[in-house]
Design a protein around this ligand. Structure first.
Ligand code: IPE
Ligand code: IPE
Ligand code: MG
Length: 245
């Protein structure tokens, strides 16, 4: 937790990339065209994070609730993930990006699972930006699975229930080991979390913009960083306690 002198650059940014469908509808295009157009800003934001020295980036690509969309749209999104991963991997590798996927892999097809596992293993030794992609991810499920794992450890006699504290719980959720997100960005105008990182966003600065994800470019990202740099994070303390001595 950062207190006192405020770091101006977030170490970890979490993003809900929303608004692809509306971007396409505004152009008389099918929703799939909006998802396709959403690839370029992913590239841009990864590049910006690398250049600026942001340590970790977590992107919400597909929620556990998105399975309820029409099958054609879900199928298109899965094909897009499969293709994009193959196309982008060499560039990510070259830029020393380390990739990790969070979410329910069992709900995904075998080909996608395999490509995700390959992307993780081939980038595991990279020391650049840590990139997490949330696919078939739900924040409540993340918490439930962590509780289940801790309960199982108790049942095996490896853990005392009284030893379960916030640090131990944090070590059992999907983003274990990463600093908590300092900045949350949601594009597309909605001001909600949509079951994203419920455990991890407890003290994250929230930034909402009406810009639709396919239009989210480097200047739009810079505005989000400027918003972050202007916030005073107090973590429960008074403003006076936070003032630099
Ligand atoms: C976000 O854009 C992408 C996914 C949820 C996969 P949307 O598809 O939700 O776009 P809108 O919100 O309908 O415009
Ligand atoms: C959240 O966007 C999920 C992703 C961006 C992957 P949604 O468009 O699914 O969220 P709701 O349904 O508007 O809350
Ligand atoms: Mg949406």
């Amino acid at each position: 937790m950062q207190t006192g002198t405020q770091a101006l650059l977030p170490r970890h940014i979490a993003v809900i990339m929303d608004g692809n469908g509306r971007w396409a509808a505004a152009r008389g295009l099918p929703r799939s065209a909006g998802h396709q157009a959403g690839i370029e800003p992913v590239r841009t934001i990864i590049g910006q994070c690398r250049r600026q020295g942001v340590a970790a980036l977590t992107l919400f690509a597909f929620s556990s609730e998105n399975w309820r969309r029409p099958p054609e749209e879900v199928g298109h999104l899965m094909d897009l993930f499969l293709d994009a991963l193959a196309v982008e991997l060499p560039n990510l590798q070259q830029n020393r990006v380390r990739m990790h996927f969070i979410g329910d892999r069992q709900s995904l097809g075998a080909a996608l699972c395999q490509r995700m596992a390959e992307a993780e293993s081939s980038t595991a030794a990279n020391d650049g930006l840590q990139l997490q992609i949330a696919v078939s991810y739900g924040g409540r499920s993340d918490i439930v699975l962590a509780a289940r794992a801790l309960a199982a450890a108790c049942q095996r006699g490896e853990l005392e229930p009284a030893a379960i504290d916030e640090a131990r719980f944090a070590a059992a959720v999907s983003l274990a080991g990463l600093p908590e997100p300092d900045l949350f960005i949601r594009t597309g105008g909605e001001q909600r979390l949509s079951n994203f990182l419920l455990w991890n966003l407890a003290y994250t600065e929230l930034y909402f913009t009406d810009v639709l994800w396919p239009d989210f470019d480097a200047p739009a990202f810079e505005r989000a960083l400027q918003h972050y740099a202007s916030r005073q994070r107090r973590f429960g303390l008074t403003a006076e306690q936070q003032a630099p001595k």
